[in-house]
Ligand binder design. Structure first.
Ligand code: BGC
Length: 747
């Protein structure tokens, strides 16, 4: 029963809600958004207002998710604004019923979840999918995950994560787009559009949440939750643009980050949350903290107690407290003591109510709750087909040497015996990667199953060899025997799903456990070996690169992992992906990224006093933007449309790309720009455009990029974002070492 229906202005709405399940169509709200929210807020007690600023997780028990008793009580009192980790229409309906029918005002809840790369059908990890450089594909992944998740009763995802990351020791690199600001911004936008569509009240969309604001991807030494310390120039030029791009694309919410920025915890930083986010960027949605991030302000040692942490967060611009219950416990007292104002509370409440309005929840709190829709979309064939397509398009061919004059890959389907060896070979759980939401393990196609299906007439054996951890090499002998009986060996190696992701930083990013030793043991059999790497992060693959003729970085592809991998192995799909994070030769080179700054003593191997390491090569193992195909591409005729451009003008740069091999294939054509002289130091080159094109054997295409002054702008000494007149060099090619170049002048 709805308890308080006293105000006439709300009767229409709430009576609609009350009978939503009986009378299928709720009565429409006749008021405007502002009138409605004003009316509602006028009736809210201070406890109810603060309650709207509160988000709790719903835990899980053996029969499904359940709320802990305290939060259930608070929920009944109307002191909860949203829940996360609750999904499934029946369960979510039960919780929404409490909010709608048992609380005084019947305000519906938001239901959030980490839908990061799929909901129950799992798509490739975000870093993997970024390697596709295919914005339409990425947008479609977001759209389909929104459909599957929204059909499960959710209306809010904690995604996209657009944290730029240059350090593969940080486990959460798997969740982002890699090291590049330009590409990362485009991908962030694609995801926001995919999740939100053009109408948030469409029950097959989710509110997006851009995270983690800000610079969470740059903890010192890659240690998760560690200190972030960078210049404002680096922050603004490399780390902030993807958040801004996603917000400009209409992201409804923003999540704070766990780290400090310049001495201030991000969750209590008015510079980040108000000056930049609201005043500079004009963000209109609401800001949610990361998990208990207000409470953690205390551990930073910048406030004496939790109450003060809550005051700092609210005054800085936080609207919703995730899980920490600091607002619910202390904000009323802070108000009574004059430490926060009612206007500050009201502003946060309003932003959250506005989001609920936009999500269509006031018109119909049960909008996302429809069993038929759930049945139709969750784990549907459409989802699986997309998982396969996205999987194939995310696989990066790193190395493909000829054995007996023929490249090892693709494998002929007339192969007789294949030995699959390694901990990823027959594994369903780990190839879903970290943050696999409520992905269904049983749906996952393993590497072994994918290969067996692709070559039904071949004998395909499986031996694990070793696990992901520990010193156990007792499985090596059986693996060697299996290898020696096979025509070809496929080693399925990588990380398990908890070796990357949150709280999974590593100091050693080689293959974990005994996997490198297993590779050496198998190589000793003299059989042709193909290594498949399913990891969340770029690994140090130097030891493999030295010995193994073919290396395929499959990433963790989710539900259709094995089918996608088999499609590439047997040439049903020609790999087209390119890495979006530099693969280092060893951990000591980290951070290693392509758009490094000019220095006063650039590397010169013949000169001692230049910037370099003396104990290892100074190049990456595989550079940013790199990835092979079963065909080859040649670049020629780089043409710049005119020798000079005016500030208000644009210039175009084109190139001819030819497929010089025997197979049709796609190439990611990349444009890099170098500012020859700037008033502050500039990077050696920066990605400023890319295009993915399909070419038949022998076919040529001309690709044209346009550059405007805005593409050439940077923060000058006064921190003004401007392009400066002068010479620019452009490079086009298939990776960040592209050498074909041209130039122009900006006047
Ligand atoms: C993570 C967030 C996530 C949140 C809710 C936190 O630990 O940092 O990215 O959205 O948990 O699950």
């Amino acid at each position: 029963m709805i308890k308080s229906l006293c105000m006439a202005s709300s009767l229409l709405v709430f009576s609609g809600i009350a009978f939503a399940q009986k009378a299928k169509t709720p009565k429409p709200i006749t008021q405007s958004e502002t009138e409605f929210i004003d009316g509602l807020m006028a009736r809210m007690t201070i406890e109810e207002k603060i309650g709207q600023l509160t988000l709790y997780t719903s835990g899980w028990d053996v029969t499904g998710p359940s709320l802990n008793p305290t939060s259930t009580e608070e929920l009944r009192e109307g002191r909860v604004g949203g829940l996360f980790n609750a999904h499934g229409v029946a369960y979510v309906r039960g919780l929404q019923d409490i909010a709608v029918k048992e609380t005084r005002l019947g305000i519906p809840l938001l239901f959030g979840y980490d839908v990061i790369h799929g909901h129950q059908t799992i798509f490739p990890t975000p870093l993997g999918e970024a390697s596709s450089w295919d914005l339409d594909l990425i947008q479609e992944s977001a759209r389909l995950s929104a459909i599957e998740a929204a059909a499960s009763g959710l209306n809010w995802t904690f995604n996209p994560m657009v944290d730029i990351a240059r350090d593969p020791r940080w486990g959460r690199v798997m969740e982002g787009s890699g090291e590049d600001t330009y590409l990362g911004s485009k991908i962030g936008v694609a995801k926001v559009i995919g999740y939100q569509g053009d109408n948030l009240a469409d029950p097959l969309t989710l509110l997006a949440c851009v995270k983690h604001f800000a610079a969470y991807g740059a903890p010192l030494a890659g240690r998760d939750y560690g200190t972030v310390d960078m210049s404002e120039r680096t922050l603004r030029e490399y780390y902030l643009p993807p958040y801004k791009a996603a917000i400009d694309a209409g992201a409804a919410t923003v999540m704070t980050s766990f780290n400090e920025v310049d001495g201030v915890p991000a969750t209590g930083s008015s510079w980040l949350l108000t000056d930049i986010l609201r005043n500079e960027w004009g963000f209109k949605g609401f800001v949610v903290t990361d998990y208990t991030a207000i409470n953690e302000i205390l551990a930073f040692g910048v406030v004496p107690d939790l109450k003060a942490a809550g005051e700092l967060a609210l005054k800085s611009g936080v609207d919703m407290d995730m899980e920490g219950s600091v607002f619910n416990r202390f904000t009323k007292q802070s108000l009574e003591e004059g430490k926060v104002t009612e206007a500050e509370i009201d502003q946060a409440v309003r932003r959250i109510l506005e989001a609920k309005w936009k999500a269509g929840l006031f018109a119909n709190p049960y909008l996302y709750l429809d069993e038929k829709r759930e049945k139709m979309h969750v784990r549907s064939q459409v989802m699986k087909d997309h998982a396969l397509n996205a999987g194939k398009r995310s696989i990066v061919l790193l190395k493909n040497e000829a054995v007996n004059d023929i490249p090892l890959l693709p494998i002929s389907k007339s192969v007789k015996t294949i030995a699959v060896i390694g901990p990823v070979g027959d594994n369903q759980l780990d190839v879903m990667g970290s943050w696999h939401a409520s992905g269904i393990e049983a749906d996952v196609v393993t590497v072994l199953a994918g290969i067996r299906k692709a070559v039904p007439n071949a004998l395909v054996t499986y031996t694990q060899g070793c696990g992901f951890e520990g010193d156990d090499t007792s499985g090596f002998a059986a693996a060697r025997t299996a290898a020696s009986k096979a025509d070809i060996v496929i080693m399925a190696l990588g990380e398990n799903y908890v070796q990357s992701g949150e709280a999974a930083s590593r100091t050693d990013i080689r293959l974990p456990g005994q996997q490198e030793a297993l590779v050496s043991a198998i190589m000793a059999t003299g059989k042709p070996v193909i290594a498949l790497i399913a990891a969340g992060r770029p690994l140090d693959l130097s030891a493999l690169d030295e010995q193994v003729p073919a290396i395929v970085n499959t990433w963790q592809l989710g539900t259709m992992h094995g089918v996608a991998v088999a499609d590439v192995l047997f040439g049903d799909y020609n790999p087209s992906a390119k890495i979006t994070m530099t693969f280092p030769r060893n951990v000591g080179q980290i951070p290693l990224f392509y758009n490094t700054k000019n220095v006063g003593r650039p590397i010169d191997l013949d000169q001692k006093y230049t910037s370099k390491y003396i104990d290892a090569p100074n190049t990456p193992l595989y550079p940013f933007g790199y990835g092979l195909s079963y065909t080859t591409f040649a670049y020629s005729d780089l043409t710049v449309s005119q020798p000079a451009m005016a500030m208000a003008d644009t210039i175009s740069v084109s190139v001819t790309v030819t497929n010089t091999g025997k197979m049709a294939g796609e190439e990611v054509v990349q444009l890099y720009v170098k500012d020859m002289v700037g008033s502050v130091t500039r990077p050696v080159r920066e990605l400023k455009g890319f295009d993915k094109i399909m070419l038949a054997p022998g076919e040529s295409k001309t690709v044209t990029f346009r550059l405007s002054a805005n593409d050439l702008a940077f923060y000058n000494q006064n921190m003004d974002f401007k392009a400066e007149p002068g010479e620019f060099e452009v490079f086009i090619g298939g990776d960040s070492n592209a050498s074909l170049s041209g130039g122009f002048e900006l006047k």
